[in-house]
Design a protein around this ligand. Structure first.
Ligand code: WT7
Length: 655
């Protein structure tokens, strides 16, 4: 395969420098499928257990007996794996924090991180938090976000991190759903030279969360904040009184480590629940083999801790492996678009993991900002979050990596907890745009619309017949929704929600979501949530939201809005609707385009035909397919006409 056009073979140097070469990968993968018990019990030994598990995989995707259990009789603590076992070399850097302002950075050694985690863990215990209790974390990208996660893990509390860009309303919904009584936040966040009103958002959210008894507030900027006596507590005052050692809670491998809310195709966000043992093993193993982590590396994942990528590849994976992990508070374009490359030089980053959106946004500014840096420390590049277009892949490979760094395009989801389809850099020849082959233990299958499993080269819906130990265990307190969302569509299989193609080499090419979920800049949004925000406006009758191709974001948010008959469609109303979505969900969900739609295409039973709306938004109206199911097909012509006139000029950024 190596000499074919469009295929990037593994270099000789990488064959020996990486953990596994092609043969090593094939053998390990085969064994993970044919002898899963033997394979996984060996892998589990890479974690440090209070009681080593004798059980390994106990998983069923069969209707009526959906069950995902791994290492069930094992006992461990995630924070011990991420901290205590690295203390023999306690002065080693655990977290290198780079502030939004380039003059600010901070390094925390393993010993310091351990002490900080213990202090906060003791502080949380003093507030009455214990095993199984939920703690919501709403923090900007500061080391204390990792400290807070690990402090929860230390005492067996389940953390729920909410991305700092979410609105008060979204935050409130997530606090209510998991009924946390303690919240950890900051006075303000800092991003791109601007301050984010974190505590003010919290104060608004907590008006709807009477069960929250304590709000712990970290001083990030020292900005002025509102204060509720008896409820609010300064972080530094809470930890100042605490001892720098804390007895870790022994946790069953299946005890939940965290919940992370993610958007689904229907209703409110789902609380994806992850386990302690299986999740930690999946995060650390993939960090080792896919991101090829070795002891001398400096590893940087640019995601936010508020998303699963930050959980697995800023915090749990790297720290479980004793790595030095970089955490960046800012944005790629501030103070200028050379910032990523300056940080790589400053901290001698050797493995860099980012999103296609970030790459595309930097391509716009040309090669000069990249060329001004040396990037000599870099040896491996990764991407995650959305399909990477071959042009962006090539730019990343040629300009950023100067053809010396392999690229690992990693496909996974909040639900899988860790990477499940990706190349191993010493083993897998790559093809720009393909996430390539499955990781250990993972059996992807492609099915047609009737659920028939397709063989060989094919295209269809991507399912998993078997997943890794990092798979979600359930939807928090909603096991019925868990089954409905992932296992009802294709009995016996986990349905990913993605479409995919498999080529003649068995490589997977993810084609994007096939459900009512869109992926904007690598952030997952449920179109139904955005529709509800729009439809709640008093002048709106209904709204339909679809994704459409966007140069930088991958997908943009395109909203069709039907107004009440007497209402005039004005530019001001359009901007008001965008502001409403920002306020209700968060800036990431703001529509990029709003088209006034006198009516929406529906079936006779009233179901909106989104497939057609997607085509119209993408300017592919020539190819609308079968329109015979429409109740009134004249609606389409009006929409196609309106599409030509719709203002799609970066509405989301202007408002
Ligand atoms: C969805 C999951 C994985 C952590 C960040 C996003 C899309 C993710 C890739 C990739 C093509 C990708 C899929 C997936 N996706 N990685 N390498 N190539 N698509 O997590 O918010 O749960 O979103 O992101 O559509 O289903 P998430």
């Amino acid at each position: 395969m190596s000499s074919r056009p469009g295929v990037f073979p593994v270099s000789d140097e990488w064959k020996w420098r990486a953990w596994l070469d092609e043969r090593g990968y094939r053998e390990a993968y085969q064994r993970s499928i044919t002898d899963p018990q033997g394979f996984w019990s060996e892998q589990a030994a890479s974690l440090s257990w209070f009681t080593a598990p004798r059980k390994t995989r106990d998983v069923s995707f069969e209707p009526g007996e959906i069950r995902i259990h791994w290492f069930e009789d094992g006992v461990l603590n995630a924070s011990v794996n991420c901290l205590d076992r690295h203390l023999h070399d306690g002065s080693r850097a655990a977290i290198i924090w780079e502030g939004d302002d380039p003059s600010e950075s901070r390094t925390l050694s393993y010993a310091e991180l351990h002490a900080q985690v213990c202090r906060l863990a003791n502080g949380l215990r003093s507030l009455g938090v214990g095993k199984g209790d939920r703690v919501t974390i709403y923090l900007p990208m500061v080391p204390e976000a990792a400290v807070a996660m690990l402090a929860c893990a230390r005492i067996g509390a389940i953390h729920s991190v909410v991305f700092a860009g979410f609105s008060p309303e979204s935050l409130a919904g997530r606090i209510q759903d998991c009924e946390s009584r303690v919240l950890i936040t900051a006075d303000e966040g800092v991003r791109g030279g601007r301050r984010l009103p974190m505590k003010a958002n919290v104060d608004e959210a907590l008006r709807h969360c009477p069960q929250v008894s304590t709000c712990v507030v970290l001083r990030r900027t020292g900005g002025e904040v509102g204060w509720t006596e008896g409820r609010d507590l300064w972080y530094d005052e809470l930890v100042a009184r605490q001892a720098p050692a804390c007895e870790p809670e022994p946790m069953g491998a299946e005890d939940p480590l965290f919940i992370l809310y993610t958007s689904g195709s229907t209703g409110k966000p789902k609380g994806v629940q992850h386990s302690t043992g299986g999740y930690l093993l999946a995060a650390s193993l993939t960090h080792k083999y896919v991101l090829d982590y070795h002891a001398e590396d400096v590893f940087w994942c640019t995601a936010d801790v508020g998303w699963v990528t930050g959980h697995s590849y800023i915090v749990y994976g790297p720290l479980a492996n004793g790595a030095t992990t970089v955490m960046f508070e800012g944005v790629p374009g501030y103070p200028d678009s050379g910032r990523f490359w300056q940080i790589i030089d400053k901290h001698r980053v050797s493995i860099f993991y980012t999103s296609p959106t970030a790459i595309r946004s930097l391509i716009r500014d040309g090669e000069a900002p990249v060329r001004r840096s040396s990037r000599a420390s870099l040896r491996l590049l990764g991407t995650v979050g959305e399909p990477i277009n071959p042009e962006a892949w090539r730019w990343y490979y040629e300009v950023v990596g100067e053809r010396r760094c392999p690229i690992v395009d990693t496909w996974w989801q909040t639900e899988t907890g860790a990477i499940v389809i990706a190349p191993l850099p010493g083993a897998t020849a790559t093809k720009p745009g393909s996430a390539t082959l499955p990781f250990f233990g993972v059996e992807p299958v492609i099915v047609d619309e009737h659920g028939r499993i397709l063989e060989g080269a094919c295209e269809g819906m991507l399912c998993l017949r078997q997943g890794g130990p990092g798979m979600l265990r359930t939807i928090y307190r909603d096991p019925a929704r868990f089954v409905r969302a992932y296992f009802d569509a294709y009995p016996g299989l986990y349905f990913t929600g993605d479409g995919a193609r498999r080529d003649e080499d068995g490589y997977y090419w993810i084609t994007g979501r096939v459900d009512d979920v869109i992926n904007v800049s690598g952030h997952r949004l449920g179109t139904v949530e955005i529709e509800s925000a729009l439809a709640a406006h008093p002048e709106v009758v209904e709204a339909a939201v679809v994704g459409y191709p966007h140069d930088v974001k991958g997908q943009g948010v395109y909203a069709y809005v039907t107004l009440k008959t007497h209402v005039r469609p004005t530019a001001a109303l359009r901007e008001e609707l965008v502001r409403r979505v920002r306020r209700q969900i968060g800036p990431i969900a703001a529509p990029d385009a709003i088209q006034w739609a006198p009516a929406l295409p529906k079936t006779r039973s009233g179901k909106i035909l989104r497939r057609m709306l997607r085509k119209i938004a993408a300017n592919e109206a020539a190819d609308l397919g079968d329109t015979s199911t429409l109740a009134d097909s004249s609606v389409l012509d009006g929409l196609i006409q309106g599409r030509r006139e719709a203002a799609t000029v970066a509405l989301a950024e202007r408002v």
